[in-house]
Design a protein around this ligand. Structure first.
Ligand SMILES: C[S@@+](CC[C@H](N)C(=O)[O-])C[C@H]1O[C@@H](n2cnc3c(N)ncnc32)[C@H](O)[C@@H]1O
Length: 395
C-alpha cells in the first residue's frame, strides 16, 4: 500500500486507536531487561505516540519512530532491518500482514492485537508452534484515544470511571499482547482440580471432533489424556510445558486425524435447526458441534489442547511390531499403527472405530512379528492382549 492509500485508511479512521501510557507501562515492565541497549522500532507511530514517550525514558540504544510511513514501504523495511525489537499497537485491519512481516524479518516484538487474531490462519500456526505467544496481560478492556466522539453510554461510563473524561476516549474489549519474548507467566502451570473419570457426564464429546468439550478453563480435568476443546481465552493461561496446542475449530485449523467427520454432518445441522438453532451453519463447516441432552448445539470457537503430563510413552513389544497400551482408557486417539490392549477392550469395542487384528495367540498379519503366544516388553511377559488398529487413521 502506498502512502496515498495510508491516507485513505486514515480518512476512514478505522485504525486510529491510540494506546494509553498506563497500559503500555503495565505490560512493558516485564520485558525491561530485553530492551536495554537495544534498537527499538515503533513502526506504526508518530512522535505523539505513548509508545514513543515511554521509550524516550528507557535506557535503549536507539529509538526509531516511523512517523507516518507505511510499515510495508522499502523505507520502513530498511529501518526494520536495523532494529532489534519492534514495539507498537499496529492497525488492527492489517494485523495479519503486520505479524507476517515481523516473522519474515526475524524480529523480536511486543505488540497489541485483539483476541480474535488468535485464530487467524496467519497467526494460529505461529501460536501452535510456540513461535509467538501472548504477553502477560490479556483479554483486557483498553481505553484508547480516538478521533471520534464516544456516544455509547455504557462505554463512556467505563472510560470516565477509569479517569478518561474527554468524550474522545473509547473502551475496546478483548485486547491482548502478542510477543516472542519469553516471560515468567507462560511457565506457570494452571492449577487443575476437576477430574474426568467419575464425572464423564459433565463433559460432552463433539460430534465432529475426537475431543471432549470444556466450557471453562477452571473445568479442565486433571486426568484426561485425550484432546479437549477449550475457549480461546485459554491462551492467556497457556504453559507450553503443561499443554500442547493442536488446533482450533475456527477455520478448521487442525490435523484431519482429530476429526470424526470432515466437518458438521448433514444430520447434525438438521438437528440443530430442528431444535430452534439460529445463525448460518452448513454441512462441512468446521464449527465444533455437540449434543447436550440430545439437543444439537454449536460451540463457539475452540482451541484443541492435550495435557502433556499425561502423554504416555508407549513401550514397544520385544517380539511384535506394536505398542503396548496397558489400560483401555490410555488408548491414544492418534496412533496409526498396531496396539496391544487388555482383553477388557472388547466390552467397549466399536467396529466402526477399531479393527481387531488378532490376539497374541492368533494373528493374521505376519508382518507384525512372531506369534509365540506371549507379548513381551523389556523381557517381561504382559497380561493377555488383543491387537487393534484405529480404523479412522488408516490411509
Ligand atoms: C491502532 S493505531 C495505534 C497507534 C499507535 N501505535 C498507538 O499505539 O497509539 C494504528 C496506527 O497505525 C497507523 N497505520 C495504518 N496503516 C498503516 C501502515 N500501513 N503503516 C504504518 N502505520 C499505519 C494508523 O494511522 C494508526 O495511527
Amino acid at each position: 500500500m502506498s502512502n496515498k492509500n495510508l491516507h485513505e485508511a486514515k480518512k476512514a479512521k478505522n485504525d486510529e486507536f491510540y494506546t494509553q501510557l498506563p497500559d503500555i507501562k503495565k505490560e512493558l515492565c516485564y520485558y525491561k531487561s530485553h530492551f536495554e541497549n537495544k534498537v527499538v522500532y515503533c513502526n506504526c507511530d508518530t512522535e505523539d505516540s505513548n509508545f514513543v514517550k515511554y521509550f524516550r525514558r528507557q535506557p535503549v540504544k536507539e529509538l526509531i519512530v516511523s512517523n507516518g510511513i507505511d510499515f510495508r514501504s522499502p523505507e520502513s523495511i530498511e529501518l526494520l532491518k536495523e532494529a532489534d525489537i519492534v514495539v507498537t499497537n499496529p492497525p488492527f485491519s492489517l494485523f495479519r500482514e503486520y505479524i507476517a512481516q515481523l516473522i519474515e524479518y526475524d524480529k523480536k516484538f511486543v505488540i497489541v492485537g485483539n483476541m480474535n487474531a488468535i485464530t487467524y490462519k496467519e497467526v494460529f500456526p505461529l501460536l501452535k508452534d510456540n513461535k509467538i505467544w501472548l504477553g502477560v496481560h490479556n483479554n483486557q478492556s483498553f481505553v484508547f484515544k480516538t478521533p471520534y466522539t464516544n456516544d455509547l453510554e455504557a462505554n463512556r461510563k467505563f472510560c470516565i470511571q477509569k479517569g478518561y473524561t474527554d468524550p474522545h476516549y473509547v473502551k475496546v474489549p478483548a485486547i491482548n499482547w502478542y510477543t516472542n519474548i519469553d516471560h515468567a507467566k507462560r511457565h506457570e502451570d494452571i492449577i487443575l482440580f476437576r477430574t474426568y473419570y467419575g464425572n464423564e457426564e459433565s463433559y460432552s464429546t463433539y460430534d465432529n471432533y475426537n475431543a471432549i468439550n470444556v466450557d471453562k478453563i477452571k473445568d479442565i480435568p486433571v486426568d484426561y489424556e485425550g484432546l479437549m476443546g477449550v475457549p480461546i481465552t485459554f491462551l492467556n493461561k497457556y504453559n507450553p510445558n503443561q499443554f500442547e496446542l493442536l488446533g482450533t475449530s475456527d477455520n478448521g485449523l487442525i490435523d484431519d486425524k482429530y476429526k470424526t467427520f470432515p466437518g458438521l454432518t448433514e444430520v447434525f445441522v438438521k438437528d440443530y435447526y430442528k431444535s430452534g438453532g439460529t445463525g448460518t451453519y452448513r454441512e462441512g463447516n468446521p464449527t465444533a458441534g455437540h449434543y447436550v441432552e440430545n439437543v444439537a448445539k454449536m460451540v463457539y470457537k475452540r482451541l484443541f489442547i492435550r495435557n502433556k503430563m499425561l502423554k504416555n510413552d508407549y513401550p514397544k513389544y520385544d517380539n511384535y511390531n506394536a505398542i503396548e497400551v496397558s489400560k483401555v482408557k490410555n488408548i491414544p486417539s492418534d496412533y496409526e499403527g498396531t496396539m496391544g490392549v487388555p482383553i477388557t477392550f472388547l466390552t467397549k469395542y466399536n467396529p466402526d472405530q477399531f479393527e481387531i487384528c488378532g490376539t497374541r495367540r492368533w494373528f493374521y498379519d505376519t508382518s507384525l512379528g512372531i506369534t509365540n503366544g506371549k507379548t513381551i516388553v523389556n523381557g517381561k511377559e504382559t497380561y493377555d492382549r488383543i491387537f487393534i488398529k484405529n480404523k479412522k487413521l488408516q490411509g
